[in-house]
Design a binder for this molecule. Structure first.
Ligand code: ATP
Ligand code: MG
Length: 629
């Protein structure tokens, strides 16, 4: 029988306490935004620790790496115990770690490298090119980008190409045979190169668990508890994976809000929630601790349709109703938001208390300019991630070659940094070296006169067997610095990034560990740690704002066509847009602004008219309406 500790009792309400203390077996905590779902998981971990469960017996799955880190820190404080040895992170992290250890039983070499989206798309391009025999055929087929998203959707929803095309893209049904062949080629190429893409991490993990009962037994005996946050955004693969991982002990503890499911375009299915509810114990929490009551009133009026209806009770009172602001165009909107941020800060808020949330990254551009003009520091959670910038990718490609010399995409990237090497030459070198037992050794023996190939050979030689930090330093100082200076005007900023990368690398003993951290991550997880980030306004898409909260929140660009997004019409996914809007407004603690303008982007870019207007859905008595023109 588990005992209860004071520090846990005192900080939870009765409903939350039940969910933390009296829950074993298959459990789902289902509750609205800001009700403490994440807190319940965190305290559950502390509770388990205090009752003698070892960190290594717990598996925590979160939506971002950063979320896992925060929860770990909090749980350690509450329990007064160390959590070293607990496996925690996103599904992709967890699967990556387990596949490195057990993947060999299904022929996966432990030094496999991972293709990010861009690399995977490049590989799809290669696969596609092998089947395009005429211009006409090129036109009849989806582009490599389209192929990659179809492929990814197919894997994540466990469907056949035909099924996916039937539902998503009928116009290509007549070329389904070729599409299948391209996918086959893509899969073969991955095997040949000893690489996995993101989707493989889930797919192979599931196969491993399904097809190897001994391994399944072994892994799932280790995890006495499997805990999952943001369960409403899991896909079918992930549902099966956690069910199998918790098979031996049967303790699967998940928290969810089906009204906040916003990733169906990537194959997430909120049906997972109702499916699990069939044979799980259900806990409900109904108090909202995050938002002031006037905000909760509006939130309650905007709850999307969902399987489990939830009304929230507020505990914090306020005087200020949510403010709906109408401006003339999005330049005025940016101006208004900036002005208000200045006022809030003058009245005592710090920049980090404030966030601006939008539907699409491009909707933030005017605001970025305006904020920069006024010298307001901001950070962006959406947009290009650090590891997607060209210079970071170059460094990563170098490390990947050292780790897995069969990965041609990385060789390509590195060889093309050399001035006198083009596509044809690079391809020739690559096919020559990757058909041998020792690609790096073969490369070192390639007979060349050109100086820069020689210098690449030198840095490769020097890096073999070194720590990841030394590897990056060698590559950078003896080779890459010169490339940067020639190719980029802003090379100083980029150099600074690489210095920080080197600093970060010093925390990792192996190249593989560093690469896993860098690649199997998410936008929030891997903004290379920067202390200055703490004093900044946050700019973010709704998708990236999930689970987070700020004192002051601006939801901008709430114009039909922008938010709800015009593409939703095509996909018939207005429901998802509703849920997105719901997620956006529920991030606010004290003050919520919703802004829209007379001229929307639709007046400049032509797209299909969308009728749905969220501002019109707002009951007039629940908000203040301002006009700023
Ligand atoms: P979301 O659906 O947005 O992920 P959530 O249900 O996970 O929200 P949390 O982020 O865990 O909610 O909690 C929201 C806020 O309420 C946090 O600031 C948390 O510290 C606070 N909170 C939760 N429970 C309590 C409580 N019992 N007493 C005081 N504050 C609480
Ligand atoms: Mg949460």
């Amino acid at each position: 029988k588990l005992t209860i500790h004071d520090n846990i009792i005192n900080e939870l309400d009765a409903e939350q306490r039940e969910a933390v203390i009296n829950s074993s077996g298959k459990v789902i905590v289902i509750a609205g935004p800001g009700s403490g779902k994440t807190k319940v998981i965190t305290y559950k971990i502390a509770h388990l620790l205090l009752n003698g469960i070892k960190p290594s017996e717990i598996l925590l799955v979160t939506f971002t790496r950063a979320a896992a880190k925060e929860m770990i820190e909090r749980a350690q404080k509450v329990a007064g115990k160390n959590l070293d040895g607990m496996m925690a992170g996103t599904f992709h992290h967890v699967c990556n770690a387990l596949l490195r250890k057990y993947g060999w039983v299904m022929g996966i070499k432990p030094n496999f490298t991972i293709l990010d989206e861009e690399d995977a798309t490049d590989l799809m391009k290669l696969a596609r090119s092998r089947f395009v025999t005429s211009k006409q055929m090129g036109k009849a087929l989806p582009t490599h980008n389209e192929l990659h998203s179809l492929y990814s959707y197919m894997v994540n929803t466990m469907q056949t190409p035909y099924e996916v095309l039937l539902k998503k893209a009928r116009r290509w049904i007549n070329v389904v045979d070729i599409i299948e062949k391209i996918f086959q080629e893509y899969i073969l190429e991955k095997e040949k190169q000893n690489v996995l893409d993101y989707d493989d991490l889930l797919l192979k993990m599931l196969r491993l668990l399904e097809e190897h009962p001994d391994i399944r037994e072994r892994i799932s005996s280790q995890f006495r508890w499997v805990l999952v946050d943001e369960f409403q955004d899991t896909n079918i693969l992930q549902l099966r994976i956690v069910e199998l991982l918790s098979q031996v002990h049967g303790n699967l503890f998940v928290v969810a809000d089906d009204a906040q499911s916003i990733y169906s375009f990537r194959g997430a299915r909120f049906e997972n929630v109702s499916e699990l509810m069939k044979d799980a114990r259900i806990f409900k929490i109904q108090t909202n601790y995050r938002s002031a009551d006037k905000i909760v009133d509006l939130v309650n009026a905007m709850i999307p349709r969902s399987a489990v209806p939830k009304r929230l009770r507020a505990v914090r009172s306020s005087v200020q109703k949510p403010i709906v602001v109408n401006t003339y165009d999005h330049f005025d909107e940016a101006h208004f938001v900036t002005q208000r941020i200045i006022e809030h800060v003058e009245n005592g808020a710090s920049y980090s208390d404030i966030a601006v949330i939008y539907r699409a990254h491009s909707h933030s551009l005017e605001l970025q300019i305006e904020l920069a003009k006024k010298n307001i520091p901001f950070k962006i959670l959406s947009g290009l991630r650090f590891t997607e910038t060209a210079h970071a990718k170059d460094v990563i490609a170098f490390l990947k070659i050292l780790e897995n010399p069969y990965e041609t995409i990385s060789w390509m990237r590195i060889l093309k940094l050399l001035d006198n090497v083009g596509n044809v030459r690079a391809e020739k070198i690559i096919s020559e070296i990757t058909s041998t037992e020792d690609p790096i050794g073969t490369f070192l023996n390639v007979d060349v006169k050109s100086e820069n190939i020689k210098s690449l050979k030198n840095v490769l030689t020097e890096s073999l067997g070194k720590s990841p930090k030394e590897q990056i330093r060698t590559f950078y100082e003896n080779f890459y610095k010169y490339v940067l200076e020639v190719h980029y005007q802003d090379f100083r900023d980029r150099e600074e990034d690489i210095e920080r990368l080197i600093e970060m690398a010093s925390f990792y003993e192996t190249t593989e560990a560093l690469l896993s951290e860098l690649i199997v991550s998410d936008a929030r997880g891997i903004t290379i740690e920067n202390d200055e980030d703490s004093g900044k306004v946050t700019l973010t898409t709704v998708h990236q704002a999930k689970g987070l909260e700020w004192k002051v929140v601006f939801v901008i660009g709430v114009n039909p066509g922008d938010f709800p997004h015009f593409l939703a019409l095509k996909d018939n996914s207005l429901d998802e847009e509703e849920r997105l809007f719901y997620v956006a407004i529920t991030r606010a603690k004290d003050v919520l602004y919703i802004t829209h303008s007379v001229l929307s982007r639709g007046n400049y870019i032509s797209y299909d008219k969308i009728e749905r207007d969220f501002v019109k859905d707002i009951p007039p008595h629940l908000a203040e309406f301002w006009r700023v023109r």
